[in-house]
Design a protein around this ligand. Structure first.
Ligand code: PEP
Ligand code: MN
Length: 337
């Protein structure tokens, strides 16, 4: 439920109203906008006496939120959420390009790739240290050693780092990580989401392989209801009957999520397509669709990659795509970084 406040409502009266609502066991979230201020209410709003509410001087109108997701809902927070991660901000008009290898494989590999993506204009570095692999016999990641190498790459390039967590038990290892990624396979690992909700870390939440947009928003709700509002939603393609691409990029999810939610949206064209030749057109169309960030896999030597070799760009190919991204940003009047 949201309460729209009268324009002339005094701060003291608003605070009094919030106090009364909290005394009724509800969580309040005051958002002071330029046009109007609102109080978002979360909890058992069924017991609220509407007549009583309307009788309060500060209340202009009351609107029930029908959707199951409340915290990520744009009705609760009309303005775009902007998330700070290291020295960059995600959401609110800028565009972040997160680039790097699928997996961190060695010091040389991550440092070389990090320097190359930085040179091409990437604004953040990705790399998996804990890898969710279909086969238990496939490379599982360098784990804590991989996180240390990412931190070294950040020291050398200044790029904030994004890396995946698979278990809440590993959370202490992620203290010095800028953005924690929840991969597609863990989008509905509710215990993990609850633990991440207790932190204030930016979370890049990827859409599950077979999950609806509403389910993605409900997973964001898990994190946000715990107190962590720093969630970035990521469209990375979903399973369909199509076999020519690894997944199908649901491009309509981008403007739809923008309409339904105030959270920043990232698109991962690499895992969506699984095909190098599609990364450029999918990147450009995602920006036009309204993405706040892109996550693109780049490897200094993809032929030797220990995971996802077929979809990782060589630095030169990434550089060519970055040139197009930069000119599109110029045309759209958007800032890179
Ligand atoms: C990844 O980003 O390396 C990854 C495993 O992605 P996803 O969870 O989208 O498959
Ligand atoms: Mn990958």
């Amino acid at each position: 439920m949201i309460i729209i406040l009268k324009q002339n409502a005094s701060k003291a009266d608003i605070a009094k109203l919030e106090e009364n609502l909290r005394a009724d066991g509800l969580k309040t979230n005051l958002i002071e906008g330029v046009e109007k201020s609102i109080i978002g209410l979360i909890g058992d709003t069924a017991k609220i006496d509407l007549d009583n509410l309307y009788a309060q001087d500060v209340v202009d109108s009351v609107q029930r939120i029908q959707e199951t997701y409340k915290n990520p809902n744009r009705k609760m927070h009309p303005e775009d959420t902007v998330i700070k991660a290291g020295n960059v901000t995600i959401g609110g008009g800028s565009l972040q390009i997160i680039a790097g290898p699928c997996s961190v494989e060695s010091e040389e590999q991550i440092l070389t790739t990090a320097a190359a993506v930085k040179e091409a204009g990437a604004t953040m570095l990705r790399g998996g240290a804990f890898k969710p692999r279909t086969s238990p016999y496939a490379f599982q990641g360098l784990r804590s050693e991989g996180l240390k190498l990412l931190i070294k790459a950040r020291e050398q390039t200044g790029l904030p780092i994004v890396t995946e967590i698979m278990s809440a038990d590993d959370l202490p290892l992620f203290e010095d990580i800028d953005v924690i990624q929840v991969g597609a396979r863990n989008m509905q690992n509710f215990e993990l989401l609850k633990e991440l909700g207790k932190t204030q870390k930016p979370i890049l939440l990827k859409r599950g392989l077979a999950n609806t947009i509403e389910e993605l928003l409900m997973s964001a709700e898990y994190i946000m209801s715990g107190g962590n509002k720093n969630v970035i939603l990521c469209e990375r393609g979903i399973r369909t009957f199509e076999t020519m691409t690894r997944n199908t990029l649901d491009i309509s999810a981008v403007p739809l999520l923008k309409q339904k939610s105030h959270l920043p949206i990232c698109v991962d064209p690499s895992h969506a397509a699984g095909v190098i030749s599609l990364i450029e057109p999918l990147s450009l169309s995602s920006i036009i669709a309204g993405a706040d960030a892109l996550e693109i896999e780049v490897h200094c030597n993809p032929q030797k990659a220990l995971s996802d070799g077929g979809q990782q760009l060589k630095p030169e190919a990434f550089n060519e795509i970055m040139k197009k991204i930069k000119s599109l940003c110029g045309y759209l009047g958007r800032n890179l970084g």
